[in-house]
Design a protein around this ligand. Structure first.
Ligand code: NAD
Length: 341
C-alpha cells in the first residue's frame, strides 16, 4: 500500500480517487486544508503528496515535505506554475496530469462566451423573478466574427474546432506554431488588432505573465470580448478593469483570476472580500466570473484520478513516469528510459 497525503480535498475529488484507490493499492488520507507552509507538516511520514493548482509549493514547502519523507508530488492538474522546480530537483519527483479532458475546458470557454454575448446570466436572473422583458439583452451573432486563440495546444485546438463549428474566422498566436493545426497563425499584435473575441489557452510562464496588459488592450478592437480559462496572471486585472471602464473591452469572462488562490473554491458569501478589483469586476454587467471550474466534468475527474494513481504506481515500481516534469527538462520526455534523478 502506498500512503498518499491528499491536500485541498473537495467532495468531488474523492469520488474517483476512492473508486480507483483499491485497484492501485493506494491508502489516501484526505486533508481539506490547502498545502501551505503551515500545513506541510501534515505530510510527515507520507512518501507521496497529491496537490492542486492553488497550493503553495515553494522552496520552503518543498524542503519541509522532503525532510518529512515525501519523495513524489503528484499534481492532479495540468498547469504547474505554482511549483518551485529548482528546489524540488534531486529531492522530490513531480508528476502532473497533462491532459484529462481538453473538451471540459474548451467547452467551458465556449459556454462562457455564449452566456456573455447572449446575456444568458442576466436572462436567468430576470425570469426567476418573472421579469420577461428583453430590454437591454441584445447580443451579437458569433457566426462571421473573428476570434483570436492564444495558445494552440490541446485545449486551444479543441476550442478552435468548436469556433469553426460556429462559422467563426479563427486566428491564432503561439510562439511554437503547430503545422497540423488547421488555423491561420499570426503575430500577437495582429491577433489583438483583428479579433472581435480573444480567448487565452496558453500556460502561465515568465513570458506570458500579464500578456493582456494596458499596451496590448490599447491595440484591441473597440468592444473586444476577452475569455480567460487558462491562468489568472495572464491578465493584468487592473488594466482589464480600466479597459472595461473605457469600453475598449466590451465583455470579459474569467474562469481564473490572478489573486484567486486565497478566494476561489470556497464559499465566501458571508465575508467582505479584501479584493477591490475582483469585487468591481464581478459588479460589472458585462463581466462573468466562474471559480476555476472549467476542468470540472465527471470525465475529467475520472481521468485525473486514474492518471494520478497510475503515476504513483509507476513511481512505486521504480518505472519511468510518463508524466514527470522537472527543472532539468521541463516536461520530461523520458527518451533515455531513465528517471531524471
Ligand atoms: P498545452 O501545453 O497542450 O498547450 C499550451 C500551448 O500554449 C502550447 O501550444 C504552447 O506552445 C503555447 N504557448 C506557450 N507559451 C505561450 C505564449 N507565451 N503565448 C501563446 N502561446 C503559448 O496546454 P493545454 O492542455 O492546452 O492547457 C492550456 C492551459 O490551460 C494550461 O497551461 C492551464 O494553465 C490551463 N488550464 C486551465 C484549466 C481550468 O480549469 N481553468 C484546466 C486545465 C488547464
Amino acid at each position: 500500500m502506498t500512503n498518499i497525503a491528499f491536500f485541498d480535498t473537495k467532495p468531488y475529488d474523492k469520488v474517483w480517487f476512492d473508486h480507483f484507490s483499491g485497484e492501485y493499492q493506494a491508502e489516501i488520507t484526505y486533508f481539506e486544508s490547502k498545502l501551505t507552509h503551515k500545513t506541510a507538516p501534515l505530510a510527515q511520514g507520507y512518501e507521496v503528496v497529491c496537490a492542486f493548482v492553488n497550493d503553495t509549493i515553494d522552496e520552503q514547502v518543498i524542503e519541509d515535505l522532503y525532510q518529512g519523507g515525501v519523495r513524489l508530488l503528484a499534481m492532479r492538474c495540468a498547469g504547474y506554475n505554482n511549483i518551485d522546480f529548482k528546489a524540488a530537483f534531486g529531492k522530490i519527483h513531480i508528476v502532473r496530469v497533462p491532459a484529462y479532458s481538453p473538451y471540459a475546458v474548451a467547452e467551458h470557454a465556449m459556454a462562457l462566451l455564449l452566456s456573455l454575448v447572449r446575456q444568458t446570466h442576466h436572462s436567468y436572473v430576470r425570469t426567476r423573478e418573472f421579469n420577461f422583458s428583453l430590454n437591454g439583452l441584445v447580443g451579437f451573432d458569433l457566426h462571421g466574427k473573428t476570434i483570436g486563440v492564444v495558445g494552440t495546444g490541446k485545449i486551444g485546438r479543441v476550442f478552435i474546432d468548436i469556433c469553426k463549428g460556429f462559422g467563426m474566422r479563427v486566428l491564432a498566436y503561439d510562439p511554437y506554431p503547430n503545422k497540423s493545426v488547421p488555423v491561420d497563425y499570426c503575430s500577437f499584435e495582429e491577433l489583438c488588432s483583428e479579433s472581435d473575441i480573444i480567448s487565452l489557452h496558453c500556460p502561465l510562464t515568465e513570458e506570458s505573465f500579464h500578456l493582456i496588459n494596458r499596451e496590448s488592450i490599447a491595440k484591441m478592437k473597440e468592444g473586444v470580448v476577452l475569455i480567460n480559462t487558462s491562468r489568472g496572471a495572464l491578465v493584468d486585472s487592473q488594466a482589464l478593469l480600466e479597459g472595461i471602464r473605457s469600453k475598449r473591452i466590451g465583455g470579459a469572462a474569467l474562469d481564473v483570476y490572478e489573486e484567486e488562490a486565497e478566494l476561489f473554491y470556497e464559499d465566501r458569501s458571508s465575508t467582505i472580500l479584501d479584493d477591490d478589483i475582483l469585487m468591481l469586476l464581478i459588479s460589472m454587467p458585462n463581466v462573468l466570473v466562474t471559480s476555476h471550474q472549467a476542468f470540472l466534468t465527471k470525465e475529467a475527474l475520472q481521468n485525473i484520478a486514474l492518471t494520478t494513481l497510475k503515476s504513483v504506481e509507476s513511481y512505486e515500481k521504480g518505472d519511468v513516469m510518463e508524466h514527470e516534469i522537472c527543472y532539468q527538462c521541463d516536461t520530461c520526455h523520458n527518451v533515455t528510459g531513465q528517471r531524471c534523478f
